[in-house]
Design a protein. Structure first.
Length: 135
């Protein structure tokens, strides 16, 4: 059985903005993954999905260059492809700068090299943190 996990995008107040399944391509029940590999896989998948059929609104983890933040994602000025590796690097940097946190089964992950076990029913939340005005 492969590791497909449930992913939630949430606000700091715990409101779920989006829920989807992410196939990590790993075998259960002994699969382990690092936070970095999880973020990389998530971003690669969402960029690949966007690039197959580019739309104006990109609903991804981090803002692509040249996009405008909206309440439902990031508006691209033109329906263009997004560079997957550049987007991965932006996401890894955002995690390191506390732009978002990752919670696995109610436990906050703190480092990119932190590994955790995937089990059937694993739930992962990405909580986007909003920078304070003037800070």
């Amino acid at each position: 059985m492969t590791a497909a996990v449930t992913v939630h995008d949430e606000t700091p107040a715990g409101r779920r903005l989006r829920t989807f399944n992410l196939d990590l391509g790993l075998d259960l029940p002994t699969a382990r993954i690092t936070v970095e590999a999880l973020i990389r896989k998530r971003v690669q998948e969402e960029v690949a999905q966007h690039n197959r059929a580019p739309v104006e609104l990109f609903q991804g983890l981090v803002q692509p260059p040249g996009a405008e933040r909206t309440t439902h994602g990031y508006r691209l000025p033109d329906r263009r492809s997004i560079d997957s590796e550049a987007q991965v690097l932006r996401a890894l940097d955002a995690f390191c700068r506390n732009g978002f946190i990752v919670i696995v089964n109610d436990r906050q992950m703190e480092r990119l090299d932190e590994a955790f076990e995937l089990r059937a029913g694993t739930e992962i939340s990405f909580v986007k943190l909003v920078p304070l005005v003037g800070g």
